[in-house]
Design a protein around this ligand. Structure first.
Ligand code: ATP
Ligand code: MG
Ligand code: MG
Length: 530
């Protein structure tokens, strides 16, 4: 249902285009199956999909970049497929870098034989320091024969082999540090979730990506801007192997305040139990923001509207939630909830005997349907409202009419209102009252117990620096839960429904009502400060 809306809306064209598209467009989304997709990945996925399927009549490939068995799992792979479907993205073909391990290995041999790569056993720290300072490795001039012998050891992951890696022989002192002999193959004895124990060596992303992009017929490779320094290296690999060039199109990485967008860090929070799971409503995963009430058309609009900007931006969540509100406000049915905390009973004189009436669930959109509103002389109101009333003040009971406040009974110890006597004034003008309050009839259809849940950011700092320790910047108080009663219609909501409680805000049903346990509603931010 949601997918259709997404496509219909996105028929609008955005300010983004590719160059050299005369001979067709093939794009690819290359996630590593090492976690669930987050909103940053959504940007990459939606851009690739937009170019392939809407702007140009092209092809979208989904390629799992599964070259590091230590991080990757089938569970993540399945979740990525599901989440793309949820976003309305249908790849024309699914592949895996691991489909090409044989070819990649042959290309590695070729690189060594043609003098474009060498085996190296320089330890990690020294290698990093040498690359930083532009110093050649002592193994740089190793002969192809010698390098191939080392590769054989690597392939078997012998103790000797494990000490070695293969590096491209590009430059040891290029101004661009990405060109300083990057590693193209490394050992990893961990079994792979697809190829099992067949391989104990794996290509790096720097090597596999340009090779497989070229082999699979990709025409335009979309990469986040922080890879820009690696673009010459990407093209160098294709030249070294006489492979077809692929055009690189850079786009800005997306970041949000108080939000982690790194699978590694998100995994840490899942594993340490700080959140409920990958679909936690406080998480920036597709599942998380969806569970919080984000709609797919809003996500799509927000991302594609950013256009071709290459500035790395730190977004405020307010912007995307405001976009979301545009989509939910016209269709969210309106209902009433009264917080149980300090609930105030009131008697309405001059009111007819209990009765019900069918009323629209949305004042401006008849298509949203009807609800049953109950009226009775016995009603409940909220303490904050009751406390604000003055003797004989005329107020409005929303969706009913005006009433005079005839008697306010308070508890002298707490100052709380314990009972109100109201007198209905059918002639009163609802436009003239200052206070319009929500209320519920306590006679008639049974009220529904609900929990209203709101969330705060997981981080206490807008953006983190390298020195920040995750544990120190975590917000450990991120959930507020209040119990309330709601009008009888609320019993019919299903998980995933989006609605509004008058004067409280928009909510998404996280758990439907079942007799004996309250329905659970998550507050949907609208971009406004509370
Ligand atoms: P993470 O650090 O979260 O694991 P990644 O870049 O390592 O991110 P991949 O699965 O390798 O994750 O990335 C898939 C695609 O998503 C890549 O094209 C990558 O550039 C893009 N991507 C990842 N994070 C962001 C982001 N914050 N904004 C835009 N694109 C992103
Ligand atoms: Mg990655
Ligand atoms: Mg990363």
């Amino acid at each position: 249902k949601e997918t259709k809306v997404a496509k219909a809306k996105a028929g609008a064209s955005y300010d983004i285009a590719l160059r050299n598209t005369e001979n067709g467009v093939v794009t690819r989304f290359p996630p590593e199956p090492s976690g669930y997709l987050h909103i940053g990945h959504a940007k990459a996925a939606l851009l690739n999909d937009y170019f392939a399927h809407e702007k140009y009549n092209g092809t979208l490939l989904l390629r799992f970049d599964d070259t590091n068995p230590s991080n990757e799992k089938q569970e993540f792979q399945d979740a990525i497929v599901e989440d793309l479907a949820l976003m309305g993205i249908k790849p024309n073909k699914v592949s895996y870098t691991s489909d090409y391990f044989d070819e990649l290995y042959d290309y590695c041999l070729e690189m060594i034989k043609t003098g474009h790569a060498y085996a190296d056993d320089t330890d990690k720290e020294t290698m990093a320091a040498q690359r930083m300072d532009g110093i050649p490795s002592q193994r740089r001039e190793l002969s192809p024969e010698e390098s191939l012998t080392r590769l054989e050891e690597m392939k078997k992951s012998t103790p000797e082999g494990l000490r070695w890696c293969i590096r491209a022989k590009i430059s040891f002192d290029d101004k661009n540090k990405a060109m300083r002999d990057p590693v193209i193959y490394r050992c990893n004895p961990t079994p792979h979730h697809r190829t099992g124990a067949k391989w104990k060596i794996y290509p790096t992303y720097d090597f596999a990506c340009p090779v497989v992009d070229s082999m699979e017929g990709v025409t335009h490779a979309l990469r986040t801007i922080e890879y820009r320094d690696r673009n010459p290296q990407y093209l160098w690999m294709q030249d070294a192997l006489k492979l077809r060039h692929v055009q690189v199109w850079d786009f800005a990485r997306m970041n949000f305040i108080r939000t982690l967008l790194s699978k590694r860090k998100l995994t840490k929070l899942v594993e340490s139990g700080v959140v409920w799971g990958w679909d936690d409503p406080r998480f920036p995963t597709i599942r998380g923001i969806r569970r919080r009430g984000m709609t797919i058309p809003a996500l799509r609009e927000f991302i594609l509207k950013q256009g071709p900007s290459r500035a790395v931006t730190l977004f405020d969540w307010a912007l995307i939630w405001a976009t979301n509100k545009k989509y939910i406000d016209p269709v969210a049915p309106r209902h009433t909830a009264i917080l149980n905390k300090d609930i105030v009973k009131a008697t309405v004189s001059n009111a007819p005997a209990p009765y019900t009436e069918e009323k629209p669930r949305h004042a401006k959109n008849a298509a949203v349907g009807m609800k049953t509103v109950a009226f009775s002389p016995d009603v409940v109101l909220e303490q904050v409202d009751a406390k604000s009333f003055k003797q004989d003040e005329e107020i409005t009971l929303m969706n009913w009419g005006n009433a005079f406040v005839r008697k306010i009974t308070t508890d002298s110890a707490t100052g709380n209102v314990t009972h109100l006597d109201l007198e209905l004034n059918p002639q009163g003008d609802v436009k003239k009252t200052e206070k319009k309050v929500t209320w519920l009839a306590t006679e008639g259809p049974e009220l529904v117990p609900v929990e209203l849940v709101d969330f705060d950011y997981l981080l206490t700092k807008d953006s983190l620096t390298e020195d920040d320790v995750l544990e120190d910047v975590l917000n450990y108080n991120t959930e507020t839960r209040e119990s309330a009663v709601a009008d009888s219609n609320v019993a019919q909501f299903k998980e995933g429904d989006i609605m509004q409680f008058d004067r409280k805000g928009f909510y998404r049903v996280d758990r439907a009502y079942t007799p004996g346990s309250p329905a659970v509603f998550f507050n949907i931010p609208t971009g406004k400060a509370k």
